[in-house]
Write a protein that binds this ligand. Structure first.
Ligand SMILES: [Mn+2]
Length: 356
């Protein structure tokens, strides 16, 4: 098993790569979506409450600026220059595929965007593209002193069911100036149909490009969030996603914490089931206390999940891919994110050394 870290767009710099190397990582997963871009100043025509409780993260990227092979190669080379491997990109930008999720008028053009991006990812020598096929995305999380020693962390205390306004998807705003109103309700079956067409078209392109598509489960894992259906909100639903399009390029961004937050099954059985099929493209590892609709993310060595048991299961099934800490509570000091990550990675490294 290999250790990695996830770095956000603004963190893709040599000092952060050296931080990753120094704490024991060999691999990096990068985010290219800028989740927290501020909106343009509001005008009277705006329909979007960006920044309010249900306003989501921020403004989606440039719809016309697809990630190019050249820029991806440049990032890969900078990472390799620090002795690390670029394993995956995590998440498409809503600006590039909102109408695939919403089955909107640009749906076919947006599928072409995704195909071009996947080809560029493959041509740049990056093996994995992570995605989350979700309309509401990671909506409705709260922040508080939930982890050991009152460390600040995130959680869910009741599922957010405020409607998603038109112009927003995946917890980001892609059209600040669209018409007022909320998304029309759809069924779970309709969303599964959208996923099936997405996989039918994109998986063959990914196969040809040498890229593995890796699906994150729904976080938070409720049947509906903000009035929209979810796809993978119980452990068994991952199997349905895999069976829709059997392929080495159709795999999972297996999020142990999210699976533990689900109400059915159990996280050890799910880890065994999907790792024994060789379907884990990479793993998000974190701990949590509670289940949907009420849970708090906590430090990796507290909470409900027996993390050593997860690691033993992965080892038994010969999982040889990358594990990253997903998120961690913030450790109170001058560098809270870094201290949290260093703590989680050190813990994971010790477990791997014990097993190997
Ligand atoms: Mn995750």
């Amino acid at each position: 098993m290999k250790l990695g870290i996830g770095l956000y767009r603004h963190m893709l710099t040599p000092p952060n790569y050296r931080f990753a190397r120094q704490i024991g990582c060999s691999h990096v997963v990068i985010h290219l979506v800028d989740y927290f871009k501020k909106p343009e100043p509001a005008t009277a025509a705006d329909n979007q409450p960006v920044g309010s409780a249900s306003g989501g993260w921020g403004i989606a990227g440039d719809p016309n600026a697809l990630w190019t092979t050249d820029e991806l190669v440049a990032i890969r080379k900078e990472i390799e220059a620090e002795g690390l491997v670029l394993e995956a990109i995590e998440n498409f930008d809503p600006a590039h595929w909102h109408d695939v999720l919403l089955d909107g008028p640009k749906r076919d053009a947006h599928m072409e965007n995704l195909k071009r991006i996947v080809r560029s990812v493959g041509a740049a020598g990056i093996p994995v593209m992570g995605y989350n096929f979700s309309i509401a995305g990671v909506a409705g999380r709260v922040t508080g002193p939930f982890a050991r020693g009152s460390a600040e962390s995130v959680g869910v205390e009741g599922v957010d069911q405020t409607p998603v306004p038109v112009g927003m998807v995946w917890n980001m705003v892609y059209d600040q100036h669209g018409p007022a109103g909320a998304l029309a309700p759809i069924s779970h079956d309709e969303l599964w149909k959208r996923l099936a067409s997405f996989l039918d078209e994109l998986v063959p392109v990914a196969e040809e490009a040498g890229v593995t598509l890796a699906a994150h489960p729904d976080d938070p894992p409720a049947a509906t969030v903000r009035g929209t259906p979810r796809l993978v909100y119980q452990p068994s639903m991952y199997q349905r996603l895999l069976d829709l399009k059997p392929s080495r390029s159709n795999a999972l961004e297996f999020c142990v914490g999210t699976i533990a937050e689900m109400t059915e099954g159990d996280v050890y059985e799910a880890t065994d089931r999907y790792s024994s099929q060789g379907k884990l493209a990479y793993v998000h590892l974190r701990n949590v206390r509670g289940k949907i609709p009420r849970y708090h993310e906590v430090f990796i060595d507290e909470g409900d999940i027996d993390v050593p048991r997860i690691m033993r299961t992965l080892k038994r099934n010969n999982y040889s891919g990358v594990l990253i800490p997903d998120h961690t509570p913030l450790v109170e000091c001058s560098a809270p994110w870094y201290a949290g990550m260093a703590y989680a990675v050190g813990y994971m490294r010790a477990l791997i050394q014990t097993l190997e």
